[in-house]
Design a protein around this ligand. Structure first.
Ligand SMILES: Nc1ncnc2c1ncn2[C@@H]1O[C@H](COP(=O)(O)OP(=O)(O)OP(=O)(O)O)[C@@H](O)[C@H]1O
Ligand SMILES: [Mg+2]
Length: 270
């Protein structure tokens, strides 16, 4: 795995098979970070076009990166050189426009782009602007999709820690194995450290630990099945408002392991 491009902040991305609990984990980690005084400036990036993180956090956004991408594509298609040049100059400002200031954190929602086709140059420009923006934050959490390509293409080419969420099923664990391969062999994204979080666990921790060992992945934590989480999602209550519970305690341990590492604490002390 590669060297970190920026050692002054902590970049954490959450990925894993669909429906395993990536968004729930990101929202619960946000809660833990906000309750601690150790996160510094916090930026959340909802990299899932479905934008489920917004519900889990109980917030709405004015603008998404998808809307900005759309504007840029339209301008680029008009083909006026002067307009295109101005656009490039305004990029950082436009990304800043999509940054939503919430209570205690900032939020960037990637959203969707309606226009079909490949926009590699636009994505590369916007990714650069997001990477620049993220440098003014101490902690950055990304709620991703199952595949890592979208994070790499649109959000960030490098993260410090990749959290792979899986349920206690062999299909979830197979997806984790695929993600590991994507990182290590195909180098879809650069990361310093990656590990597994088992979610909705109902016993069998020894067996899960064993399958993680076979995969060669560290276990960051086990989150128990929590009826409250399912209930909050059912009635549309924000996950961030969950009361104290064993699942929240498990997430606190995961945050300690993945985010409040010695290197990061030192940086905030200085
Ligand atoms: N520990 C848990 N206990 C009980 N239910 C849970 C737990 N974690 C997640 N869930 C439920 O599982 C479902 C999927 O969770 P979530 O939306 O976080 O998954 P996801 O990986 O983000 O999904 P997607 O791939 O669609 O973005 C939700 O209905 C949620 O309430
Ligand atoms: Mg999700």
């Amino acid at each position: 795995m590669s060297e970190s491009a920026n050692t002054s902040n902590r970049l954490v991305a959450v990925c894993g098979k669909g429906g395993t609990g990536k968004t729930v984990l990101t929202a619960m980690m946000t809660k833990v970070l906000l309750e601690s005084d150790k996160a510094g400036n916090l930026l959340l990036i909802d990299a899932d076009p479905a934008m489920g993180l917004l519900n889990a956090l109980g917030v709405t956004v004015r603008r998404t990166m998808g809307q900005i991408r759309e504007e840029i594509i339209k301008t680029a298609k008009r083909g006026k050189q002067e307009e295109k040049r101005q656009l490039v100059d305004m990029l950082d400002y436009m990304v800043l426009e999509a940054l939503n200031e919430m209570d205690g954190f900032a939020l960037l929602a990637m959203g969707r782009t309606e226009t079909l086709g490949c926009f590699c140059p636009v994505n590369a420009l916007l990714r650069g602007a997001i990477e620049t923006l993220s440098q003014s934050f101490d902690t950055i959490l990304i709620d991703g999709e199952a595949g890592l390509e979208q994070i790499n293409r649109q959000v960030m080419g490098h993260v410090d820690t990749l959290i792979i969420v899986t349920d206690a099923t062999s299909r979830g664990i197979q997806t984790a194995a695929q993600i590991k391969r994507m990182v290590q062999s195909e180098r879809v994204i650069q990361c310093e450290k990656m590990g597994l979080v088992f979610n909705r666990v109902q016993g069998n921790e020894e067996l899960l630990k064993q399958s993680a060992q076979e995969l060669g992945l560290e276990v960051f934590g086990y989150i128990p099945h929590d009826e409250n989480i399912a209930y909050y999602d059912l009635v549309g209550k924000p996950i961030i408002e969950l009361p104290a519970s064993p699942s929240l305690a498990a997430v606190r341990n995961i945050v300690e392991k993945c985010i409040f590492t010695e290197r990061f604490s030192e940086r905030l002390r200085n």
